[in-house]
Design a binder for this molecule. Structure first.
Ligand SMILES: [Zn+2]
Ligand SMILES: [Zn+2]
Length: 337
C-alpha cells in the first residue's frame, strides 16, 4: 500500500492481482478505506458484461488508478502503469487452463520489464520457481517479523505410517487428536485442511480389484455418502453407488482414501461436544456463500472448520490456534500458533 501510495503521487497507476476477490473482501475493504472507492476498479469473473465494460472505461480514462482483480486483470487497459503487485503469488489460479492459455505472472514480468517498473510477488509460501528465480537476483525481501509481532508458528510433521504401526487407524494422529481436544477445552478454534472433497476417493472390489472410474476422464470416482453417489470430480459425471461389482458380481465393495466428508464424520464421532462446519464445493452453494460460512465460523465461534483449499486462502481469524494441513499421502503438517 505504501508503494502504491508513492506510485499514485507520481500520477501513475497500479495493478494488484489476488487469487480470488470473493475470498478477500477484507483486503479490498482496506484498499477502499485507504485510497477511496473512486480510485479503485475491481475486475473479476462475477461482474456482468455491462459492469465489466464500466470498470474498463473508468480504467481507460484513468479515473480508476488502482485495479484489483483476479488473473485476467493483468490485461486491464492501464495508462502510465507504475507498479504490478501479485499477492499470494504461489496460487495456481494465476495460470489459466482455458484458451487462450496464459500465466498472469509471466505476463506481469513481461509488462514490468517493458515499462521498467517494479513487479512485487508476495507470498508467505512462495512457489519454488519464483523463489529460485528471485535468488538469482538481489530482489528477495524477507519479513523477519510477523504482523503484530506474533511468534512464528510451530510446525510438526507426523508420519502416519508410524501411527499405523502402533495401531492408530484413525485419520487423526495421536498428537493432533490431543491438540484438538485441548483447543476445544480452551475454547480456541481449529482449521482442518484436506485437499479432497467427498467421502472416499475411490471404491474398489476386493474380490477382483475392479475400481469405479469415469469413462471419459479415466480417473477414479469419489464416493459421496449423503447422496450415496459416485462422482467424477473432473467432468461432473455421477452415478448411483455400487452394491455389486459390475465385473465379477461380488459384493465385497470397499472404500479407500478420505475426503472432507469423511473427516467431518470422523471428527463428529470423536468430538461429539464440538461444533463443526465444512467448506468445500459441495457445501458452498447459492444458499451458503464462502463468506456466509466464514462469518458463521467466526461469529458463532465454531470449534472446527473443515475444508478444501478454500479454507487456506489467507483468512484472518484471531482465535484460530491450530491448523492441520494435508501434505502427502502419509504425512500431515500441523501448524500451531
Ligand atoms: Zn469384482
Ligand atoms: Zn469424468
Amino acid at each position: 500500500m505504501q508503494l502504491i501510495g508513492k506510485v499514485l503521487k507520481k500520477n501513475r497507476t497500479a495493478i494488484v492481482l489476488v487469487p480470488e476477490i470473493s475470498l478477500t473482501p477484507q483486503m479490498v475493504e482496506r484498499f477502499i478505506s485507504r485510497f477511496g472507492e473512486e480510485k479503485i476498479a475491481l475486475l473479476h469473473s462475477k461482474l456482468s458484461i455491462g459492469e465489466r465494460y464500466d470498470e474498463w472505461k473508468r480504467i481507460e480514462k484513468k479515473e480508476a488508478k488502482i485495479v484489483i482483480g483476479a488473473r485476467s486483470a493483468i490485461f486491464a487497459p492501464m495508462k502510465d502503469l507504475g507498479i504490478i503487485i501479485i499477492d499470494e503469488e504461489h496460487d495456481s489460479s494465476y495460470k489459466s487452463d482455458m484458451t487462450p492459455k496464459y500465466n498472469a505472472k509471466e505476463i506481469a514480468l513481461y509488462l514490468a520489464k517493458q515499462s521498467n517498473i517494479p513487479l512485487v510477488l508476495g507470498s508467505a509460501t512462495p512457489s519454488i520457481s519464483s523463489y529460485y528465480e528471485i535468488q538469482q537476483t538481489d530482489g528477495l525481501i524477507t519479513l523477519s517479523k510477523r504482523a503484530n509481532n506474533s511468534k512464528l508458528p510451530n510446525v510438526e510433521i507426523v508420519d502416519m505410517k508410524k501411527e499405523l504401526a502402533i495401531g492408530n487407524r484413525s485419520m487423526l494422529s495421536i498428537r493432533l487428536d490431543e491438540m484438538i481436544q485441548k483447543n476445544i477445552e480452551d475454547k480456541k478454534q481449529t482449521i482442518l485442511f484436506l485437499n479432497r472433497r467427498g467421502y472416499s476417493t475411490f471404491v474398489m472390489c476386493r474380490d477382483c480389484g475392479y475400481t469405479a472410474t469415469c469413462n471419459k476422464c479415466n480417473i477414479t470416482l469419489t464416493y459421496h455418502m449423503k447422496e450415496n453417489k459416485l462422482k467424477c470430480h473432473y467432468c461432473g459425471y455421477e452415478r448411483q453407488n455400487l452394491t455389486k461389482c459390475p465385473e465379477c458380481n461380488g459384493s465385497n465393495i470397499r472404500y479407500f482414501g478420505a475426503g472432507t466428508q469423511k473427516l467431518e464424520s470422523e471428527i463428529n464421532k470423536r468430538f461429539p461436544q464440538a461444533s463443526t462446519i465444512r467448506m468445500d464445493i459441495d457445501t458452498v452453494s447459492r444458499k451458503n456463500s464462502y463468506q456466509d460460512i466464514l462469518n458463521k465460523f467466526k461469529d458463532e465461534n465454531i470449534d472446527i472448520l473443515i475444508g478444501t483449499q478454500m479454507v487456506v486462502k489467507g483468512h484472518h481469524f484471531p482465535n484460530v490456534t491450530l491448523v492441520r494441513s494435508y501434505c502427502s499421502r502419509q504425512q500431515y503438517v500441523y501448524v500451531r500458533f
